[in-house]
Ligand binder design. Structure first.
Ligand SMILES: Cc1cc2nc3c(=O)[nH]c(=O)nc-3n(C[C@H](O)[C@H](O)[C@H](O)COP(=O)(O)OP(=O)(O)OC[C@H]3O[C@@H](n4cnc5c(N)ncnc54)[C@H](O)[C@@H]3O)c2cc1C
Length: 404
């Protein structure tokens, strides 16, 4: 059996669902599949959504629902070896203006799928996976998809790969991308008895720790250590007390007498950074399928929202005009994607491959900590609200010296 739609999307997670909803709001017919089931959600995620995502969340009309579900408005205090960069100090208590969300994926992913279900022009098939991608003589894409007992051919004007960091479409089309290895591994768990309001991030010499409030009772804690330390943690039977001892030694950590692990420990050993072509073989790549970054940056979901929004903005008008050539919109997407995301990728991946802090990093943190304007700009960079270049300009003009 063969089906035709304006837009076909493979992967119904943050990037895929965002794109589906934005196109459907404009009246385009959308076909979207996921190999997992409707109620599945991403487990390997620490649930911090950067402020960068807020404009797209508003556009999707899901902000109110997110808050009703219990998403916590969130921002970061960053504890460095040279002092704390405190969000409410540098933003003068402006939590209502600059914030992201701590929202569990078990809430966010079903919400996005529920939103998709409210559009008659979106067809979503769960437990369907991609088998092959073809192009006909007119350049239109056809994908063959397979469910439990059915195979379908789907043809569309725009094919979108939103199938995550291990993208099968990228493999089929040899869109291998550039890989920057991370020097770290990570593990995280949920705890009760750690009373947190928003999120904190500790930058230590050989580790990074993140803690974020998910509900009044539940706090997620993630550890990022140098890869050489994996056996020290993974083969350790007393890991709970080791984690709590480590947390107890961190500046600004509340009293941990009642702290208790409330979930399994989730490990992620491959957290390498990958940058692919976001427009390749006439296919648009979104989210992790286009760019995967070390989770220590906590940026993947916001980047998934942003890339879907960017693609939509660049191609929507072309889809409204059947005579026009959508390639122009896809080329514009590639230009804008690279201009926006590449500098963030370079900054994140260069920190990611480092195993230890360097003396120059400590000097840098000292500057960021002491100067409120630089501190504010630094948090805006971490929230991905400004580019590394804009941050560098603010840094230079506020210390009067060029930096490397
Ligand atoms: C340990 C860890 C912690 C993280 N913490 C954070 C965080 O705090 N904040 C943050 O913003 N980001 C975080 N991330 C990153 C974030 O989880 C991802 O960036 C985000 O989920 C990317 O969304 P996506 O839609 O691009 O891809 P994914 O969420 O990976 O979704 C891809 C979808 O495609 C489907 N799929 C794949 N192949 C096929 C196929 N062949 N056929 C059909 N369907 C297919 C999958 O089932 C899946 O639903 C973390 C990542 C890790 C590993």
């Amino acid at each position: 059996m063969s089906i035709r739609r304006r837009v076909t999307i493979v992967g119904a997670s943050v990037a895929g669902c965002t794109a589906a909803i934005l196109y459907a709001k404009e009246g385009h017919s959308v076909f979207i599949i996921d190999r997992k089931s409707l109620n599945d959600y991403k487990i390997n995620c620490t649930h911090f959504i950067q402020p960068l995502a807020l404009p797209t969340i508003k556009k999707l009309d899901i902000q109110e629902d997110l808050e009703i579900l219990g998403a916590t408005k969130s921002n970061l205090d960053i504890h460095t070896p040279r002092g704390c960069i405190n969000h409410s100090e540098v933003f003068s208590h402006a939590i209502n203006d600059v914030f992201g969300y701590n929202v569990q994926r078990k809430l966010l992913d079903p919400l996005l799928k529920k939103k998709m279900a409210s559009f008659d022009n979106i067809t979503f098939l769960e437990r369907f996976h991609l088998k092959s991608v073809e192009r006909d003589q007119y350049g239109k894409h056809k994908i063959l998809i397979k469910g439990d007992s059915t195979e379908l051919m789907v043809e569309s004007d725009l094919l979108i790969a939103a199938d995550g960091g291990d993208s099968k479409i990228a493999k089929i089309t040899n869109n291998n991308g550039e890989v920057v290895k991370s020097g770290k591994f990570t593990f995280f768990a949920y705890f009760t008895g750690i009373p947190f309001k928003t999120s904190k991030h500790w930058v230590l010499n050989n580790a990074t720790v993140y803690a974020g409030a998910l509900t009044k009772q539940l706090t997620l804690v993630a550890f990022f250590f140098n890869k050489k330390e994996i056996n020290l943690w993974k083969n350790n039977h007393g890991i709970d007390s080791k984690m709590l001892d480590f947390l107890g030694s961190l500046e600004g950590m509340p009293n941990l007498d009642k702290a208790k692990r409330a979930s399994d420990i989730i490990w992620a050993q491959n957290i390498d950074n990958v940058y692919r072509k976001c427009y390749h073989n006439e296919i648009a790549f979104l989210g992790d399928a286009a760019m995967k970054t070390d989770p220590v940056s906590g940026t993947g979901c916001a980047f998934a929202f942003k890339s879907a929004d960017l693609l939509f903005e660049c191609t929507n008008n072309f889809l409204h005009n059947p005579g026009s050539d959508i390639k122009e919109g896809l080329m514009e997407y590639a230009l804008k994607f690279n201009a926006f995301f590449r500098p963030h990728f370079e900054a994140i991946s260069s920190t990611s491959k480092q195993e230890f802090l360097r003396p120059s990093d400590e000097n840098f943190y000292s500057l960021v900590h002491k100067n409120k304007i630089i501190g504010k700009a630094y948090l805006k960079l971490i929230y991905r609200m400004i580019s590394p270049k804009e941050f560098q300009n603010i840094l230079i003009s506020n210390i009067g010296l060029p930096i490397e």
